[in-house]
Design a protein around this ligand. Structure first.
Ligand SMILES: Nc1nc2c(ncn2[C@@H]2O[C@H](COP(=O)(O)OP(=O)(O)OP(=O)(O)O)[C@@H](O)[C@H]2O)c(=O)[nH]1
Length: 242
């Protein structure tokens, strides 16, 4: 039997584990040119970059979040969409990933169809179904409401997301789309999209935070006593301070 002092120490460790800042590796994948680099700039720095070049290999950007008083660091891995720039590094991308953003361009149906091969690449690299997945239709500012051809509809994307267990967002890394409204000064265009980019980052953070609590609670339940956690520490790179 554990003494009450040991028990209280154990509970103290649980609480410090739960409040510790954790870094989450989030992969951003999709065809070349869909806007992964611009999106990760917006997600991390809040700005659309002036100039971008095709990603070679991988780029990292980080975003520190405070979710309900808890600090979480998202480390976004902006991977190259072009096969020739990613070949030799693919396995490294997928190692220890905590979440994946699948990005397509809403004005490029080929990039939407291409998602199947990105899902397959995840499977080949042993990314389990328990890893949270998010579907992001980018470049919504270029959507032409008068056209149905040559664009990916939100209905199509919603169905796809449901089938593949993903949370779906449509957004623009560049600009919110404009809408014609009848204001006091007559007809004018105003932006009507809330900052969906911010919604994405908060949704990813919240989902990962919930998962973290869940896995810590599971570890506690399965060990019987929390002492076991200190013996079997999670992998070093997964637990870093902000
Ligand atoms: N209009 C519009 N253009 C965008 C948006 N996001 C990205 N772009 C443009 O799309 C082009 C490609 O953007 P990138 O961010 O380099 O695309 P990527 O997916 O990272 O491409 P790779 O590095 O080759 O994989 C650039 O010219 C961007 O300016 C958007 O939301 N709206």
């Amino acid at each position: 039997m554990e003494s009450s002092l040991e028990l209280s120490n154990s509970l103290g460790s649980v609480s410090s584990l739960l409040t510790r800042c954790r870094t989450f590796k989030v992969l951003v994948i999709g065809d070349s040119g869909v806007g992964k680099t611009c999106l990760t700039h917006r997600l991390c720095a809040g700005q659309f970059p002036d100039r971008v070049e095709a990603t070679i290999g991988v780029d990292f950007r980080e975003r520190l979040l405070d979710i309900d008083g808890e600090k979480i660091k998202l480390q976004l891995w902006d991977t190259a969409g072009q096969e020739r720039f990613r070949k030799s590094m693919v396995q490294h991308y997928y190692r220890n990933a905590h979440a994946v953003l699948f990005v397509y361009d809403v004005t490029c149906p080929a990039s939407f169809r291409g998602l199947i091969s990105w899902i397959e690449e995840c499977r080949q690299n042993s990314l389990g179904q328990e890893i949270p997945r998010f579907l992001v239709g980018n470049k919504s500012d270029l959507r032409d409401p008068s056209r149905t051809e040559g664009q990916v509809s939100q209905e199509q994307a919603t169905r796809f997301a449901k089938v593949h267990g993903m949370m779906f967002f449509e957004t623009s890394a560049k600009n919110p789309p404009l809408k014609r409204v009848n204001g006091q000064r007559g007809d004018m265009e105003v932006s009507y999209q809330r900052d969906k980019v911010e919604d994405i980052v908060m949704a990813v953070g919240a989902k990962l935070k919930r998962q973290k609590k869940h896995s810590a609670a599971n570890a506690l339940m399965h060990s019987g006593s929390f002492k076991v956690l200190s013996k079997k520490r999670p992998e070093k790179e997964l637990w870093t301070c902000c």
